[in-house]
Design a protein around this ligand. Structure first.
Ligand code: ADP
Length: 496
């Protein structure tokens, strides 16, 4: 039997998963990662811990599945995006902790960039809004603040990488310094039109290009593992792709107009826009989905800040439920919310409203409002927010959604998925393998080493667990959604 090993290096844990030729999970191993919060709003991780936890899950998953490394035909890597590491080229030691994507320490640097004449250039050429999430300002901060860092960088002694590059470097024992198109497109330094590091942005931020990794196709040979990893056995690292793009691929959204939505703490929605770089008028990001054989596919990306987190809030702050799973049953115990809407703008509202100053609200309370109505309104709010972002994507791209592919923890909620289908008026497809991120990376690697021949082969391996079809009347859908829009309008700052 032939197997693919997927490394899924996420924000909270490092995981290794072995997939067989049918695309089924053979076994999984996972290790938590320490989160470091040196100051309010700052988030760091220790790069050496990232590597060590990843390596130990590799060994664990192989032992657990009782397969020989000989049968692993390739390795695919998927990773938390944007998180930034700088390390010494000669010793392999990081010069500081990794600055995690969530870290806000560079908000001021970004404010300065926004106020310069570079803002429009950056959006035009990287597809991104200037924000502290992306790697560029994090690199600048490290070069400015860590003693001698810029001097070393200028001499060519330092290397930069997002987590994929850091893992490749360690897996190959310092032989290969590379990344893929999808990860490069999250740095705010990569020109996604010209497909090169952007010298104008590099110059403006005073970042020497000597530190940058080589950018390669997401599916293809990056290098072979060093002797120390698999006891002398060299295994090709053959797929590399950022986590959300990996999920898009793992959901087989290969054609333009196809969309996946991941329902976790927040939601991440990506629409494949094919070989066309689509610009958003609604504040969505344009990004590279992947590059295969130097053919680039682009995506539009939108996120919802509070999705599954509203369920955690019901559980931990309101004590209305004991477990997240219970929410679905309770929501079904009433036939509707009785006119109640929750707008979970706990940290403001993102696309398409972009009001970071507004805060959450509950509307339509009556004497008859009970616990189940509130729970149902909270779950429905996730579906309404998804519709808001999807409408923005459809209007930006001109594509009409045919079906929505879903994954993530909260996609397990049948009530919510049915409501999602009803409110969008499209079918919602939930796959059998919910590990779509790891599966996407495995597919990238498997295609490069011949375990799977092409994308058609991958489609045949995917299994759908359940399809939810719309059952709501048009009138009902319109009535409910206009109630939501009204609640949002009242929530936006200055309009309450
Ligand atoms: P993340 O990757 O962001 O940690 P996960 O994909 O693990 O998120 O999903 C966890 C989130 O999904 C939590 O916010 C949790 O409240 C929510 N969740 C999990 N199961 C359910 C469920 N059955 N119904 C609604 N929400 C759920």
């Amino acid at each position: 039997m032939e197997y693919i090993l997927a490394l899924d290096q996420g924000t909270t844990s490092s995981r290794s998963i072995i997939f067989d030729k049918n695309g089924d999970v053979v076994s999984i191993s996972r290790k938590e990662l320490t989160q470091i919060y040196p100051k309010p709003g700052w988030v760091e991780q220790n790069p050496e811990e990232i590597w060590e936890t990843q390596l130990s899950t590799i060994w664990q998953v192989i032992a657990k599945s009782q397969i020989s490394p000989r049968d692993i035909k390739g390795i695919g890597i998927t990773n938390q995006r944007e998180t930034t590491v700088l390390w010494d080229k000669h010793t392999g030691k990081p010069i500081a902790n990794a600055i995690v994507w969530q870290c806000r320490r560079t908000a001021e640097i970004c404010e300065e960039i926004r106020n310069s004449n570079l803002k429009d250039y950056i959006y035009e050429n990287t597809g991104l809004m200037v924000d502290a999430y992306f790697s560029a300002s994090k690199i600048k901060w490290l070069l400015d603040e860590i003693p001698k860092a810029r001097e070393k960088a200028e001499k060519g002694d330092l290397l930069f990488g997002t987590i994929d590059s850091w893992l490749i470097w360690n897996l190959t024992n310092g032989e290969i310094h590379a990344t893929d198109f999808s990860n490069a497109s999250r740095t705010m330094l990569y020109n996604i039109k010209e497909l090169c590091w952007d010298s104008k942005i590099l110059d403006a931020l005073d970042i020497p290009d000597t530190i940058l990794p080589e950018v390669k196709p997401s599916s293809g040979l990056f290098g072979h593992t060093a002797d120390s990893v698999f006891d002398g056995r060299e295994i090709p690292i053959a797929g590399v792709v950022g986590d959300q793009q990996a999920a898009l691929f793992g959901q087989a959204c290969f054609d333009k107009g196809m969309v996946k939505n991941t329902y976790g703490t927040g939601c991440f929605m990506l629409m494949n826009t094919g070989d066309k770089l689509v610009r958003s008028h609604n504040g969505l990001i344009s990004t590279i989905a992947w590059g295969i054989e130097n053919k680039i596919q682009y995506a539009l990306e939108g996120s919802i800040f509070v999705a599954g987190a509203v369920v955690q809030w019901l559980r931990d702050e309101l004590n209305l439920i004991d477990t997240a799973e219970e929410s679905g049953k309770l929501a079904c115990s009433v036939s509707d919310t009785g006119g109640v809407y929750i707008v979970p703008a706990f940290v403001g509202l993102g696309a398409p409203y972009w009001d970071m100053g507004c805060r959450g609200s509950i509307h339509g309370l009556t004497r008859g409002t009970g616990r189940a109505h509130i729970i149902r309104a909270a779950l429905e709010s996730i579906a309404y927010q998804t519709k808001d972002v999807l409408e923005a994507m459809e209007s930006d791209s001109g594509f009409r959604l045919k079906s929505l592919k879903v994954d993530g923890g909260a996609a397990g909620n049948d009530f919510m998925m049915q409501f999602q289908s009803d409110i969008l008026n499209v079918s919602v497809e939930r796959p059998m393998v919910l590990e779509t991120t790891a599966l996407g990376a495995a597919f990238m690697a498997g295609m490069a080493v011949g375990v799977w021949v092409n994308q058609g082969d991958i489609i045949s391996k995917r299994k759908t667990e359940k399809i939810f079809s719309p059952q709501m009347t048009d009138d009902e859908r319109k009535r409910l959604y206009s109630g939501w829009k009204d609640a949002v309008k009242r929530t936006l700052k200055g309009d309450v």
